[in-house]
Design a protein around this ligand. Structure first.
Ligand code: PMV
Length: 359
């Protein structure tokens, strides 16, 4: 059960009318969250880069509800979209104990993504974090129950997590940890926290070229994939491994050890997919072009010595990660060697971003 932290609610005369708008980015995990308990409590800690160009923009107009519970209209790119409306109903139902005031409001939610639909990129982290920021903002504006920025982002991250686990990391810029990490006392299973300093300069401007291998919607949702970890025979060791990997990765990020960063990042990506391949029923989200790209990255790195590596999310697309100062060489590599494996030669040129913003 979710324990309510606070129970802000309007008196009848106070129920407000207004609008809040937030844009929030997607994120890419380096140490992966795969497997959960209860309500989006992760089985292991994860850490991600918040991106900059792949963003959801969400405006929420609110006014007093006509009935006794929240009312929702959801528009994607200006078109009322029932599929997402249902997801938002489920989300609002879950966050009700933490935000009882939502039952007093009618919401018109307008959302759009800066990345194309056809890119096959999940919008749940950016979309859910943008919506969570809007809900927390309504509370901050009208109820006086949130007084500091820290409280505001923490509440937004907590709400975002209940919508889509990884969304809780999109509430902050830079590198963000979700889940309890030994030696970092502020970390929590309930919300994300930004990785505090010191951090090596190279990671503050890291680049992510998202190579679109296949734009089709994935055959197995991450909700189903997480569930299969309950019966995966390797899950206990996987959760323990993630705990060790995050320690090594954080140390590498602090010291600028690119070799250790590359090793853990690629190991995590392949382990995530190994978990899918060893679930019952087993499934495969990589495509032949995913593997061709990975092999070319291995060869390119060996031949040039450049510190470029890959990660994968729960799909076939490849995130190519590299320091900003190698951008030219890597763009040439993509154009000459990798473009042939991409869906219409398409990739998204992204990088570490500074997190969400009001608009
Ligand atoms: O937040 P979800 O339920 O969509 O799961 C995300 C899972 C991965 O993207 C594969 C890993 C992660 O940590 O983001």
């Amino acid at each position: 059960m979710i324990q309510p932290l606070i129970e802000p609610i309007f008196t009848d005369a106070q129920v407000p009318t207004g609008k809040v708008s937030w844009q929030s980015p997607s994120n890419i995990a380096l140490v992966k969250y795969w497997g959960k308990k209860d309500i989006q409590i992760p089985c292991n800690p994860s850490i991600s880069f918040t991106l900059s160009q792949s963003v959801s923009k969400t405006g929420v107009s609110y006014r007093p509800a006509e009935g006794n519970s929240y009312e929702i209209e959801f528009y994607l790119d200006g078109v009322r979209t029932e599929k997402f409306e249902e997801k938002i109903h489920t989300f609002f139902n879950t966050i009700r104990p933490l935000c009882p005031f939502i039952d007093q409001l009618h919401f018109r939610i307008d959302s759009s993504n800066t990345f194309p639909h056809s890119a096959g990129i999940a919008s749940s982290a950016s979309g859910m974090s943008a919506l969570a920021l809007c809900i927390a903002d309504i509370e901050r504006k009208h109820l006086g129950s949130i007084s500091t920025d820290d409280e505001f982002y923490r509440k937004a991250s907590l709400l975002a997590r209940l919508g889509s686990g990884s969304a809780c990391r999109s509430v902050y810029g830079g590198l963000v940890i979700w889940g309890e990490v030994e030696g970092i006392p502020e970390t929590s299973n309930e919300y994300g926290v930004p990785l505090n300093e010191p951090m090596h300069e190279v990671f503050k401007t890291y680049r992510d070229s998202i190579l679109i291998v296949d734009a089709a919607e994935k055959k197995v949702s991450s909700r189903v994939g997480h569930g299969m970890m309950n019966s995966n025979p390797f899950s206990a060791e996987r959760f323990a491994q993630a705990g060790r990997n995050i320690q090594i990765l954080i140390a590498a990020i602090r010291s600028g050890d690119l070799e250790a960063f590359i090793k853990i990042t690629e190991l995590e990506a392949l382990t995530l997919h190994a978990m899918m391949m060893t679930s019952d029923p087993y499934f495969l989200l990589m495509r032949p072009n995913t593997l061709s790209i990975i092999e070319k990255i291995f060869d390119f790195r060996q031949q040039t010595g450049l510190p470029v590596c890959f990660t994968l999310d729960a799909g076939p697309n490849v995130h190519l990660l590299y320091p900003q100062h190698h951008e030219q060489e890597i763009k040439t590599f993509i154009a000459n060697d990798l473009a042939v494996h991409l869906h219409n030669g398409f990739y998204i040129d992204d990088k570490v971003g500074s997190g969400p913003a009001m608009f």
